[in-house]
Design a binder for this molecule. Structure first.
Ligand code: DHE
Length: 545
């Protein structure tokens, strides 16, 4: 094998020439190389931009496998095109995020053998665990005058921060340093603590009772993570937290108010097809309110774990076989059934958490992506749960009432046409008559900058299309300001939509009056960098969606 160790660009060029000279077969392929600096930079970019969909070991999940056996066949120039322009299969374009050199080196990098990152065990976790304000130095009552129920914890993705925004005054109460490319916030059962997880596995615990809410504990739960939740069952409120990692594939149970790690469980194992998988990543985790249990969804194996936390020394787990590529999901309105997207299998799995059984596997259009989904009562089909799709321009409605609407339960009862594929989140509220649907991953600027709003009392009506970017008053820019993640306030009469622009461009949160669908307020701030997810304390605490 000839190893090239010249500068990144020249090497990539030579690698590109070498690969194209080999033709499509890749037979007898020599492995392309990059300079150490270019490799390190590409490795970082791969982790930041690609690993979420394609996996650290590049075995594929939501995205295709990127092991050299496949990538070398595609070749340098085809790979560069895919990275720059995206694909019809749902991959977004990166030509507005990465430079030409970065795209070229990344295309070379994915033809090289993947590095296996290190493990992250209990000793590493303990060493990373920091108590910033010990429990006995924290207040015993709320020390500020904030209406905590209506605080929004807002992900400022590229700043590695969350902004706590007062939902009543729309003022930023504080900005808190958290992990890299923060992913989600979840609430403790009491509503006092916010748990924030970053992609780098840093979990931060924010105490809302402090005079100035701040991080009181933190821990690095893994090297790559997306999910966290807490113990919400009666008698266990605020007792435990649980966080899942993409790498290493494992979840950890911690003390709820200190984040002290208590128990680490690996998720490596066998897929629903009976094959061993070395990287079964932990996708969504939710806490049951009807049992002392978490629903932990394992992406690559397609196994849904019901983990009973009433005795963590003797942990009882029910393993439910569903479909591969489990991702995100939410409760039905009764909070008995959990619906989770098996996204690259184009299915939604329904778990009956009361009976500990799979209730159904529902076939849907391409790549369902519910976030937590949306529950409402359909005029004809009774209670339904809605999911949007990354790969199709519909919102799918699934019947969720096996008792009073048996014929419709766990069936796709209707597909609402949307303004375009590339949807990530849908949202409604028990007090609202609207369903808000985004499409931030759509390649068309107009579509990605808009949301569609459906009238739930008459779904035969066309949805209203709202171009959030145009209404925001932000200066026009070439880059897309993706309208993402509609979130209700506590009262259920306002909807907050993020305008997610580039790291160096102005972003905003646009607040709509839910009834009139008119702009009430545009929240801007020079420090409001790339807002994405927004988590209203009360709604997140009580799983209202
Ligand atoms: Fe997410 C939820 C994984 C990209 C914003 N995202 C989730 C969950 C998972 C996940 C497993 C469910 C957590 C739970 O409920 O416990 N997300 C991934 C990825 O693997 C993926 C596809 C690629 C990656 O590299 O991370 C990915 N996600 C994104 C984004 O690019 C988004 C749009 C912007 C961002 O902030 O990075 C994004 N994901 C979100 C949000 C939620 C989420 C806002 C929570 C939705 C909710 O309402 O609960």
């Amino acid at each position: 094998m000839i190893k090239l160790t010249l500068g990144g660009s020249l090497v990539a060029m030579l690698a590109g020439v070498a690969l194209s000279a080999m033709g499509a077969s890749g037979a007898g392929a020599q492995e392309p190389t990059l300079s150490p600096e270019a490799k390190q930079h590409s490795k970082n970019l791969y982790f930041q931009r690609c690993a979420g969909c394609h996996g650290v070991l590049r075995k594929g999940a939501t995205g295709k496998t990127l092991e050299p056996a496949s990538t070398v066949k595609l070749g340098q120039s085809r790979l560069e095109k895919i990275i720059a322009l995206g694909t019809d299969g749902g991959m977004v374009n990166f030509d507005d995020i990465l430079t030409k050199d970065e795209i070229r080196d990344l295309a070379t990098y994915v033809q090289m053998t993947p590095d296996v990152p290190p493990e992250w065990g209990m000793k590493d976790m303990q060493a990373s665990w920091k108590t910033i304000v010990p429990v006995d130095k924290r207040p015993s009552k709320q020390m500020n005058k904030l209406n905590l129920k209506n605080i929004f914890s807002v992900t400022l993705r590229d700043a590695g921060e969350v902004a706590l925004i007062d939902g009543d005054t729309k003022q930023i109460v504080s900005r808190v340093k958290t992990g890299y490319a923060v992913h989600i916030s979840r609430l403790s059962a009491s509503g006092r603590y916010i748990y924030v997880i970053g992609r780098d596995g840093l979990l931060s615990l924010i105490d809302l009772w402090m005079e100035q809410p701040q991080v009181v504990s933190e821990i690095k739960v893994g090297l790559d993570a997306r999910s966290v939740d807490t113990s919400k069952f009666k008698g266990y409120e605020d007792k435990y937290a649980v966080a899942g990692s993409y790498w290493p594939p494992q979840y950890v149970i911690m003390e709820g108010d200190t984040l002290k790690p208590l128990k680490l469980v690996s998720t490596r194992g066998i897929t629903v097809d009976g094959e061993y998988h070395p990287e079964p990543r932990v996708a969504s985790i939710v806490s049951s309110q009807i049992k002392p249990e978490w629903v932990i969804n394992i992406k690559e194996t397609g196994q849904i774990l019901l983990v009973d936390y009433s005795d963590i020394k003797n942990l009882k787990t029910t393993t439910i076989e569903s479909a591969k590529f489990l991702h995100d999901g939410g409760w039905d309105a009764s909070k008995r059934y959990f619906l989770v997207a098996a996204n690259a299998s184009h299915k939604v799995a329904v778990v009956d958490t009361k009976e500990h059984k799979l209730a159904a596997l529902v076939d849907t259009k391409r790549i369902p992506h519910p976030g937590r989904g949306a529950n409402f009562v359909h005029p004809k089909f009774g209670p339904v749960w809605a999911t949007g799709h990354l790969g199709a321009d519909v919102v799918t409605l699934i019947g969720t009432d096996p008792e009073k609407h048996k014929d419709y339960a766990w069936k796709v009862v209707e597909e609402l046409k949307t303004h375009g594929a590339g949807n990530l989140f849908v949202k409604t509220h028990p007090k609202s008559k609207n369903l808000w649907v985004d499409a931030p991953q759509n390649p068309e600027k107009d579509v990605a900058e808009s949301v569609a709003v459906y009238d739930l009392t008459d779904l035969t009506k066309k949805p209203e299309l709202i171009n959030v970017a145009k209404l925001s008053g932000l200066p026009e820019s070439k880059a897309t300001k993706r309208a993402v993640h509609p979130e209700y306030n506590e009262a259920g009469d306002e909807v907050w939509v993020s305008l997610w622009a580039g790291k160096t461009e102005p972003s905003a949160i646009v607040v709509f009056d839910d009834k009139t669908r008119k702009v009430k307020k545009v929240i801007t701030d020079p420090k409001m960098i790339t807002p994405t997810g927004k988590f209203n304390v009360y709604n997140t605490q009580h799983d209202i969606y």
